[in-house]
Design a protein around this ligand. Structure first.
Ligand code: CUA
Length: 113
């Protein structure tokens, strides 16, 4: 378990997607060259999810395929957006801010079950 009051970004990777209430989730995703942690987020269809993102190093981006979810991720700041996903399916989220030689390998996926 995470220490009370500790940053949720410091929680173990598999504890960074949390169900707050039925159908209501939050995800704390840490970006760093060249990964998102966690790089897979699973939620049931019909759920609302709030994404919180920050960077451990340089500027990254977060673009969720097929949606208008598009954020810059900056060290020392938390970017946040809430969305509801009614249709089951998989969508990639990608880093769309050039962040070095591994930039094009930096992605993850949202699975709506
Ligand atoms: Cu991270 Cu491009």
């Amino acid at each position: 378990m995470a220490t009370p009051g500790a940053s949720p970004f410091g929680a173990p990777v598999d504890e960074r997607v949390r169900e707050l209430a039925p159908g209501k989730y939050e995800a704390y995703i840490l970006a760093q060259t060249w990964v998102f942690q966690p790089n897979e987020v699973r939620i049931p269809a019909g759920s609302e999810i709030t994404f919180y993102l920050t960077s451990k190093d340089v500027q990254h981006g977060f673009n969720l395929e097929g949606t208008n979810i598009n954020m810059q991720i900056l060290p020392g700041q938390v970017s946040t957006l809430t969305a509801t996903f009614n249709e089951p399916g998989e969508r990639f989220f990608i880093c769309h801010e050039y962040c070095g030689v591994g930039h094009q390998t930096m992605y993850g996926r949202l699975v709506v079950e």
